[in-house]
Design a protein around this ligand. Structure first.
Ligand SMILES: [Zn+2]
Length: 196
């Protein structure tokens, strides 16, 4: 992947998947406590998505990032495309700046940002870049851009890509586990019905 391809335009799914991975770090599934290694896990995700510079995330940054992640998660939880669109519009209306092109001083190819500047706080960058990516995906698919795994024991955020029907599960593993569980319940019922 060249530097140009690594940014918005050709890699909207990449930016949306990065949002899913960051949400999964900052919004504990099942409303549990924030894990003690939350900041380290966040930095690992940012590194995995190509952030090469120094990453300093203050306590205030982390608080704001958690809030942005919770707001973005609402888009993932949206029941249909119109609800998702309205939520994205609301997020961008409140936080996004006019689209601007940047190379980060020549460190990357030209790509689109809707945060205020290259020095914008982490949360502003995260919310606006994720909102923009989800907006582009929604318009491309004419369907919800993302979802939350329907497995009650999972709930992991995932991104819908391609033209296919919206997924219900984050992975084949979750889909298979739930199918097996449903099968067990229905065969159990059959046995009960057939019993004396
Ligand atoms: Zn899952």
């Amino acid at each position: 992947m060249t530097a140009q391809e690594a940014f918005l335009g050709s890699s909207v799914p990449h930016a949306a998947q990065r949002a899913a991975d960051i949400i999964d770090v900052l919004v504990p599934r099942g409303a549990g406590p924030h894990p003690p290694d939350e900041r380290a896990r966040l930095i690992a995700v940012l590194r995995a998505y190509g952030e090469t510079g120094p990453i300093e995330v203050s306590a205030a940054d982390l608080t704001e990032l958690r809030r942005a992640a919770a707001d973005l998660r609402e888009v993932f939880a949206a029941s249909d495309v119109a609800v998702a669109a309205a939520l994205i519009n609301g997020l961008l209306a409140g936080r996004a700046h006019p689209p601007r092109l940047t190379t980060h001083g020549g460190e990357s190819g030209w790509h689109l940002h809707v945060d205020g500047s290259d020095d914008a706080p982490w949360a502003e960058w995260f919310l606006t870049s994720s909102g923009l990516a989800l907006a582009v995906l929604l318009a491309e698919r004419q369907a919800p851009p993302a979802g939350l795994c329907a497995s009650p024991s999972c709930g992991k955020p995932f991104v819908n890509v391609g033209r296919g029907a919206a997924r219900r599960y984050c992975s084949t593993a979750c889909g298979t586990r739930e199918r097996v569980a449903r099968h067990r319940v229905s065969s159990h019922r059959t046995i009960e019905t057939a019993g004396p």
